[in-house]
Write a protein that binds this ligand. Structure first.
Ligand code: NAG
Ligand code: NAG
Ligand code: NAG
Ligand code: NAG
Length: 319
């Protein structure tokens, strides 16, 4: 083909593809529903209750509020949403508060918070064990979190935490993780809240260089230790972390095999398939191979169009 002909073919393809792209773009949410807030996309099953719309803009448990029309939060909470995704990984990035305890110079407890937020009112979220870690800051500090159902011997089936120690203000160093002033560990699966427990019987007397202990779950590689955080991290600090979500509730969670026969089965698009959740019970939908988009919406999964994808279609931008 001559270069002119190649160019013409490319142009024709671009024209043919444009309407398909427009259609795909509108299918992020249910028709008429508000699908963005403060620059954050809100894809169904997430949704914002929208006035004058005749459909449910979200599935139970996935409601987002658009606070002051600027900041998306999980409905009925103050938990800020940073991003939401359906494909390729079902994920919600949010900011959660740090847990803390503070002591005075004689070692008396002066205040604290266990970090609990009403994150999981409907039970759809689990804190991602793959993408987050637990961090503890302090001197002479043991903190842990736990998860999983109770067994005969303990209240929960997983406990994880770490010990952070320092002799004085000089023994901890920025960016160094050697258990001095700072420690971090992996977290267990099936965590439904960022509740933390501090061992308060370890003495904190004469520790004005580190009067408070902190514990939080944060996205891996996001937090870099600073010695100054031992004295100056505000107790109102929040940290970004990743939540896994699935179609489930506190009352009932179904596997694909069970859900597929029911009228409220969520994988409604053609070319969608069902997967059982791997972090907690319940199920997830995905577009099948070669399709992309939103499997939770009728006609949501669309053929991956090589021509509209400069990353795949090498002719684009060059011809
Ligand atoms: C869902 O589809 C995406 C894109 O095709 C793929 O990367 C991902 O692994 C799929 N998820 C599962 C659970 O198979
Ligand atoms: C430290 O706190 C304890 C109890 O919380 C209190 O009894 C004690 O007086 C406080 N000490 C100082 C120096 O403020
Ligand atoms: C965490 O603290 C809150 C507020 O002080 C309290 O209501 C709640 O019972 C505590 N939760 C746990 C599991 O300790
Ligand atoms: C704290 O310092 C005071 C004064 O130096 C000392 O008397 C006390 O024993 C110390 N307490 C602890 C627990 O180290």
């Amino acid at each position: 083909m001559s270069p002119a002909l190649v160019m013409l073919v490319c142009l024709l393809l671009a024209v043919a593809v444009a309407p398909l792209l427009l259609q795909a773009a509108t299918l992020i949410g249910k028709p008429g529903c508000q699908t963005s807030c403060g620059g954050v996309d809100i894809p169904y099953p997430f949704g914002i209750a929208t006035e004058g719309v005749n459909v449910n803009c979200f599935l139970p448990g996935f409601e987002i509020s658009c606070a002051k029309n600027l900041v998306p939060v999980l409905a009925n909470t103050k938990i800020e949403v940073l991003s939401l995704s359906v494909m390729p990984r079902p994920e919600a990035r949010v900011r959660l508060p740090v847990a803390w305890t503070c002591y005075n110079s004689t070692g008396g407890l002066t205040g604290g918070s266990n970090g609990t937020v009403d994150l999981n009112q409907a039970g759809v979220y689990r804190i991602s064990d793959a993408y987050n870690e637990l961090i503890v800051l302090g001197c002479n500090t043991l903190a842990y979190t736990n998860s999983g159902p109770a067994d005969d011997r303990y209240h929960n089936s997983f406990y994880t935490g770490c010990v952070s120690y320092c002799k004085d203000s000089r023994s901890a160093q920025d960016g160094k993780c050697a258990g001095v002033g700072f420690c971090h560990v992996e977290i267990p699966p099936d965590l439904t809240d960022n509740w933390m427990h501090f061992e308060t019987s370890w003495s904190h007397a004469n520790q004005t260089f580190s009067p408070c202990d902190y514990a939080f779950i944060v996205e891996k590689e996001q937090y870099k230790f600073k010695v100054s955080d031992l004295t100056t991290m505000p107790v109102s600090q929040t940290m970004p972390l990743r939540l896994d979500w699935a179609i489930r509730s506190n009352i009932r969670a179904m596997s694909c095999a069970e859900a597929i026969t029911r009228p409220d089965y969520a994988c409604v698009s053609q070319h969608s398939e069902c997967f059982d959740s791997t972090n907690g019970p319940g199920y997830l939908c995905n577009c099948t191979r070669g399709y992309e988009g939103n499997p939770y919406i009728v006609h949501g999964c669309t053929n991956i169009d090589e021509f509209s994808r400069p990353d795949i279609y090498r002719c684009y931008g060059k011809c």
